[in-house]
Write a protein that binds this ligand. Structure first.
Ligand code: NAP
Ligand code: HSE
Length: 428
């Protein structure tokens, strides 16, 4: 058998411990598959004496991850600490400068510095792999980079944050408010230390930006992702959307348009009977559309010790086998800098609003929408016992600026009460 591949692992939390466990439990299997042993030589974390439930006595300990990353007995630096900046970035840069390959689960670091790190790695003849950074255990980076390399990708979309999907589906199944389910998710330990990373759509936005770069051969542009979290999604909208045959998801969508790269991570309606509509709980799903292959649907655990460590091992095994793929599927020099599309492509919208119950109110509502160039596809007004009337509308395809005009115009009429709710409907 050939020389062992020697790993230095920085970060022994949920993911790091999972990686140690797999390497210890499956040493023979992995060596057989790679044709060489894969061993850990050194590890680093903040606290040396913490009981982590795994035996790390046989590994050298480094307090400083930068030192770990540059050790002579480390071939691959496995970065599992997290954080866009700080020790993760410093140690990754040090590893690359020392000519080491890097495996990381750190979407925040790559979303912000992926282009520079990929360039530096190529200059040093090293690779950076990041399967675990997007959608946990789902091998979506490999699917896009390798499996679909013969395709022109037209759209990548999906649910990439399990916590948000848990909150939205639990609101629906239990009829609970956002605040109630947020607290439940907190008690269950589902939320990141900074919950806004989850519910603000930032974590999922990082993941979408990485997939866009591979899918469209563009520089990673996290700032170009239109972000909106799930904090404003109400149980009322979840119920009404369900009655119309939809589910509300925090949906990431990336597509290349004639006006630039469109990247959105926002609450959207999707058909209830579609694979995305049926996605329950903390699971992730990524849908990829390619010109040759058609539509691919990948579904699986987006987080957790086993699934995320499984993805880290996929990258480690590639390196052990001598498979060396550019970070974003092509040389970093060739990744195009594109401008973000100024507005999202036209789409149907769900509108919910409260209407004064008086003669001509519906006519005025329809006329205001018409004046803004919006055509109604479906409309429903419930029995309301003489009070203000709750109205639901599904529009035909509408240009985003027309919707903005309508949302400004409707509250100024004397028939619409308050601010209407508008959610985009993404067709699949
Ligand atoms: P975690 O449980 O919080 O573990 C972080 C580890 O990094 C801990 O062992 C910590 O040491 C160590 N660490 C932090 N700062 C350090 C420093 N300055 N020097 C040395 N070690 C340091 O995090 P995690 O959930 O395993 O996540 C790790 C990475 O995987 C992150 O980038 C995350 O976004 C990504 N990821 C996680 C999941 C998931 O399901 N958890 C899924 C996909 C991707 P101590 O233990 O001593 O405190
Ligand atoms: N917080 C993320 C999620 C897991 O809920 O999907 C890490 O990517």
């Amino acid at each position: 058998m050939s020389e062992p591949l020697r790993l230095g692992i920085a970060g022994l939390g949920t993911v790091g411990v999972g990686v140690v466990k797999i390497l210890q439990k499956k040493a023979n299997l992995l060596a057989t598959r790679a044709g060489r042993p894969v061993v850990i030589t050194a590890v680093s974390a903040r606290s040396k004496n913490k009981d982590r439930g795994v035996d790390i006595a046989g590994f050298a300990w480094e307090d400083n991850p930068v030192k770990l990353a540059t050790r002579d007995d480390v071939d691959v630096f496995v970065e599992l600490m997290g954080g866009a900046d700080g020790p993760a970035k410093a140690a990754t840069e040090a590893a690359i400068a020392a000519g080491k390959d890097v495996v990381t689960a750190n979407k925040a670091m790559l979303a912000h510095y992926g282009q520079d790190l990929a360039r530096a790695a190529e200059a040093a003849n090293a690779v950076i792999r990041f399967e675990a950074a997007v959608a946990g255990g789902i091998p979506v980076v490999k699917a896009l980079t390798e499996g679909l390399a013969g395709n022109q990708v037209s759209r990548v979309l999906g649910v990439m944050n399990g916590t948000c999907n848990y909150i939205l589906t639990r609101m629906q199944s239990a009829g609970l408010s956002y605040d109630e389910v947020f607290e439940e998710a907190n008690q269950l330990g589902y939320l990141e230390a900074d919950p806004n990373l989850d519910v603000g759509g930032i974590d999922a936005g990082h993941k979408l930006a990485l997939l866009s770069a591979i899918a469209f051969g563009t520089q990673v542009d996290f700032d170009g992702v239109a972000l909106e979290g799930i904090g404003q999604v109400t149980i009322e909208d979840i119920k009404q959307a369900a009655e119309l045959g939809f589910r509300i998801k925090l949906l990431g969508v990336a597509r290349m348009t004639g006006r630039g790269l469109e990247q959105r991570m926002t609450p959207c309606l999707v058909p209830a009977d579609s694979p995305l509509g049926q996605l329950e709980g903390g699971t992730n799903m990524v849908v990829i559309e390619g010109d040759e292959v058609g539509q691919i649907v990948l579904r699986g655990a987006g987080a957790g010790e086993g699934p995320t460590a499984s993805a880290v091992l996929s990258d480690v095994m590639d390196i052990a086998r001598g498979i060396r793929v550019s970070t974003f599927g092509q040389p970093a020099e060739g990744l195009e800098k594109v401008t973000p599309a100024p507005v999202a492509a036209a789409a149907p919208y769900y509108l919910r609003l409260l209407l004064k119950d008086k003669p001509g109110a519906l006519a005025k509502l329809a006329a205001t929408l018409g004046d803004c160039g919006i055509s109604i596809d479906r409309m429903r007004q419930r029995s309301h016992g003489g009070n203000d009337a709750p109205v639901l509308i599904v529009t035909h395809k509408t240009a985003a600026p027309n919707l903005v005009d309508a949302l400004a115009a409707l509250p100024k009429t004397d028939v619409v009460i308050g601010q209407p709710v508008a959610l985009r409907i993404e067709n699949l």
